[in-house]
Write a protein that binds this ligand. Sequence first.
Ligand SMILES: [Zn+2]
Length: 64
Amino acid sequence: MSKAHRGKGTSEFYNHGRGNCPVCGRTGIKAVYEIEVSEKKLTVCKQCKVGVSRGKLDKSVAAL
Ligand SMILES: [Zn+2]
């Protein structure tokens, strides 16, 4: 796997992947990481991706 989320790879994303993360609500953050929550696909920031994969953010994600 190449570094799709770093450097040149981010140019494929809208605004180079910068935007708002729906989980933590931060703005101007790089949100390019796809997660699947109850058959929905969300694009979240790195921190939230890790949090979800470790089951720490289940509540905040379920509220979306
Ligand atoms: Zn986030």
